[in-house]
Design a protein around this ligand. Structure first.
Ligand code: ATP
Ligand code: MG
Length: 335
């Protein structure tokens, strides 16, 4: 089920996270971080550094994951995630999540995972033919991440919709088989940001991203190179904004001016360089405060470690509580 930001009245527990496969980018900001900033003001919020999920595709590069844990934590603090309001924790340090994954995996069929459209798409994108067991099963592990905290709401990008549906099915099945102790989550879907190369979504692994630590010069250069309508060669050629990545950025970063851009582009009245300049300014309005906060936190690695240790301890205690209830419900609580 999907939720709209304005319709929430119930008491939510929010859980979300990011794979620790590198620095976060503007796609994360638009798709999930922006919603988290708002949600953390109202609700109990857990934010997970998903290093185990990162292993599903990067098991041969554990050093990248370890480095990314602190890097992503710094990204969180830089965008304004407040550790006083949001519990930031490391997935691999919560063994109860792994336990719950094993239990769930007993009643999830392989065919339901094989038919998951996001798993299919990602497997194709990565050129996987014979799927690794952990990769195929990552939606099950994700259901454990969510249910361990009895999360009711997951702010995430649209690619996560099938996974939340899978998690809801798992919860229903568990509750019906044993006892109703788990909670079905809803997703709060954020906007999707396309990559600079046009077509696919902006992604860490595809090398088409503007990272949140990019300098003003890097942002401006990356936007200058971003893919536009290929049919438009001269400034006066009529453009097709719906085929232009940069127009998509206008809709997201300066929606109030996007209709003007559409008209002028279609009439051939504005050139790509000017259009890119305007969107760069709007992106800079988002990036500048992030950069300023990063300057403060990047010199405080001890503080980042403290945030992670405290968050992980708190998350562990919540997950332990749920795991106790799960064992009780299944009658496997022996002594
Ligand atoms: P990887 O390439 O390693 O999978 P990623 O860039 O896809 O990395 P994830 O860590 O898989 O990032 O995604 C974390 C969250 O950010 C998810 O909720 C996902 O939907 C959201 N997200 C990632 N990229 C985008 C994007 N371009 N637009 C909107 N949301 C996004
Ligand atoms: Mg991804």
């Amino acid at each position: 089920m999907t939720t709209q930001m304005t319709t929430q009245t119930k008491r939510e527990i929010v859980l979300t996270g990011d794979r620790t496969t590198g620095k976060l980018h503007l796609g994360h900001y638009v798709g999930s971080l922006k919603n988290r900033l708002q949600l953390q003001r109202q609700y109990e919020t857990y934010i997970m550094l998903a290093d185990v999920q990162a292993l599903t595709t990067h098991f041969h590069r554990p050093e990248l994951l370890a480095e990314s844990v602190r890097q992503v934590a710094l990204d969180y603090l830089s965008v304004g995630i407040d550790p006083e309001r949001s519990t930031i924790f490391v997935q691999s340090m919560i063994p109860e999540i792994a336990e719950l994954t094993v239990i769930f995996s007993m009643f999830v069929t392989v065919s339901s995972l094989r038919h998951n459209p996001t798993v299919k798409h990602e497997a194709k994108e990565r050129g996987y033919e014979d799927l690794y067991y952990g990769f195929l099963g990552y939606p099950v592990s994700q259901a454990a991440d969510i249910t361990a905290f009895k999360a009711t709401l997951v702010p995430a990008g649209e690619d996560q919709i099938p996974h939340i549906e899978q998690a809801r099915k798992i919860v229903r099945r568990f509750n019906e088989l044993y006892a109703p102790v788990l909670v079905e989550p809803d997703i709060l879907v954020g906007e999707r940001l396309d990559g600079l190369d046009g077509g696919s979504k902006m992604s860490k692994s595809l090398g088409n991203a503007i990272t949140l630590d990019a300098s003003p010069e890097e942002v401006s250069m990356q936007i200058r190179k971003a893919k536009t309508d290929p049919a438009r060669i001269h400034k006066t050629d009529p453009g097709h904004p719906d085929r232009c990545t940069v127009f998509g950025y206008h809709c997201i970063f300066r929606p109030e001016g996007s209709e003007d851009i559409r008209e002028n582009c279609q009439k051939g009245a504005i050139g790509c360089a000017a259009c890119k300049g305007m969107v760069t300014d709007a992106i800079e309005d988002v990036m500048q405060p992030i950069r300023e906060r990063r300057e403060t936190y990047k010199h405080r690695p001890r503080y980042i470690d403290e945030v992670l240790m405290a968050g992980t301890a708190k998350a562990r205690s919540a997950a332990r509580q749920t795991m106790g209830e799960v064992r009780e419900a299944m009658g496997i609580h022996y002594f």
